[in-house]
Each structure stands twice: as structure tokens, then as C-alpha cells.
Write a protein that binds this ligand. Sequence first.
Ligand code: AMP
Ligand code: TRP
Length: 327
Amino acid sequence: MKKRIFSGIKPSGDLHLGNYLGAIKNWVKLQDEYDSIFCVVDMHAITVPQEPEMLRKRAIEIAKIYLACGIDPQKCSIFIQSHISEHAELAWILNTITKIPELEKMTQFKDKSAKNGRESASVGLFDYPVLMASDILLYNTQLVPVGEDQLQHIELARTLAKRFNKRFGDTFFAPEAYIQKEGMRIMALDNPNKKMSKSSQTENSYISLSDNADIVRRKVKKAVTDSGSEIVYSDEKLALKNLINIYSLLENKMPKEIEKTFTGKKYADFKTELAEVIIKFLQPFQKRMMDLSDNKVLKILEDGAKKTRPLAKKKLEEVKKKIGFVV
Ligand code: AMP
Ligand code: TRP
């Protein structure tokens, strides 16, 4: 029996190179080896205000991105979270075994609620990690491939699984995070101490998956570098290290190899090359995106939900019985 993996991305903004290198690229690699479920988590997206038409458009776009990156619907299930209502139902039940301080200590909640003031943060934003635990636990997920920033949430899913099992008998599998060392944190181009993020105010801090060649060249050129001029991969030169990481992941080359290629060359030479490496990845990817029609993607999402729903139904029924609901 193959191990099950589950992961998802919110349709809440432009996806960037960090999302690809930190998450989706790994999923593509894992799909042959694991029984894989990939979700477009629209219910998570609405924990902060979304414009309805935009949300709908972006949900379909995220699915297109999965497909254009190489997720194969013959091998995996791809679906939209809100199409399987069991996610919300299980989240409610898990809410009742989650303690308020467990959510209060979540870094993502603290960061996001600080942005517009805690008073205006929604209860949904507070509860976000419980819905995520529900996504994961519904499918007996063993591994959750994500970037490092999600570790705390997966830890909560483990805690809730164990707590439920202890109280009601063996029901849930306690999942583990699957984190690739490389790519786990792609940093912002304008600040190597901040992760590349779609919520960043400055457009120059990230490469969007929809950027054209000129924009990529401009952004890479503007990326901050460290003092000195030698191309070396080191913690002393975090900005350059980040750029080498991006190069390394896109070209499947070791950082040492890249250092060697650029011995004697200048930052500017390296950046020019890096921009071309990024464009070489983005152009065919964008072409595949364009070739995918909405209708085709909607059909894939519908099939994905059809395939996945019975698993969710079965698990939720088991949970309802165990907690004493009349079923
Ligand atoms: P988000 O953009 O927060 O919805 O994240 C979607 C997925 O991309 C998650 O698995 C994140 O851990 C991953 N991710 C987001 N930003 C980065 C980054 N800068 N570096 C690596 N992975 C990232
Ligand atoms: N919280 C994740 C993020 O921001 C998205 C997500 C929701 C997720 N449910 C999930 C990831 C389940 C993995 C498994 O990236």
C-alpha cells in the first residue's frame, strides 16, 4: 500500500517561485511514489476578505497551476476544498477538542491578525489551523509536503489526532510534515531575511509565476546582493545564497557546481544567467497554463471530488459514530 500525502494552496493571490520551489515542485516528484491528494483550499482563503469573482477565478487558476507544473490527474486527485463539505463538518468536531491557547500561539495567526489589528481578525482566521487539521486527518494522511512555515499547523494536526484517538479510540493517523531541505524557504529578492511572499507590499520582492521575461529580468537585476563580488554559496552572503538556491532548484544542479561555473565572474553575470534560467522555466509553464481551458479544468476538479468524497464520507461517519451522534 502506498503512503498517502495531502497538501493544498489557498487561492488568495499571485503564486510565486517560492510556492513552486517550496511546495508544488516536490508534489510533482512525490506523485509517483505516493497516493496523492492535492487541494485548492478556498475555505482557507476566505479567512481573510476575498472579492467573490476573483476568488472563483483564482481557484480555477490554482488548479491550472498544479496541472501546468506537472501534477497528473491520472495519478493524483485534485479538487476544491469547498466541494467536499466533510472538511467543514470535521473541522467543527475538531474545534471541540482544540484548546484556545493552542490557536493563540500560532505564528501565522499572530502575524496575520497583527496586520489589521487583532480586533478585526475573523474567528475563521483564528480557527484556520483546525480546518487544516481536518483536511489532513479526513484522509488518513501520513505525509504533508509543505514549506517550513506550515510545521506548527501540522504539529497541531498531530496533537488533535492523538487527543481524539485517546478519548474515542483509534480513528486518525498522526501525520508528519514532509519538508525538503532545499527550497524550504525561498527568501524575498529585496530582503534575504524575509520569505518570498505573495502578501508582500513590494512587487520586486517576488517572481510571480505569471511574470513575463522582461519583468523577470528587471526583478532579478534589482535583487539585493551582498557586498563583495565573488559568487560563493555561504551563510555570510544570504542574498546571494538565496539566488543560488533558486538557480540550483530550477536547474537541478548543486550549489557547489554553480559556484564553480561562475568562478571569476561577477554578480551581474550570475544574475543575467539566473534571469534566463527562470525564464526558461516560466515560458513553457505559462504556455501550458494558456492551453488549459476552464472547462477542462472544471471537469478534472469534478472528477477529483468524485474520487475523493467517498473517503471523506467514510471517515466522517466513523467519527460521528465514535463521538455519539445518531447516524
Ligand atoms: P501560501 O503561499 O502561504 O499559501 O503557501 C503555499 C505553499 O507554498 C505552502 O506549502 C508554503 O509552505 C509554500 N511556500 C510559500 N512561500 C514559500 C517560500 N517563500 N519558500 C518556500 N515555500 C513557500
Ligand atoms: N495552510 C496551508 C498554507 O498556507 C494551506 C493548507 C490548507 C494546507 N490545508 C492544508 C497544506 C492541508 C497542507 C495540508 O500553505
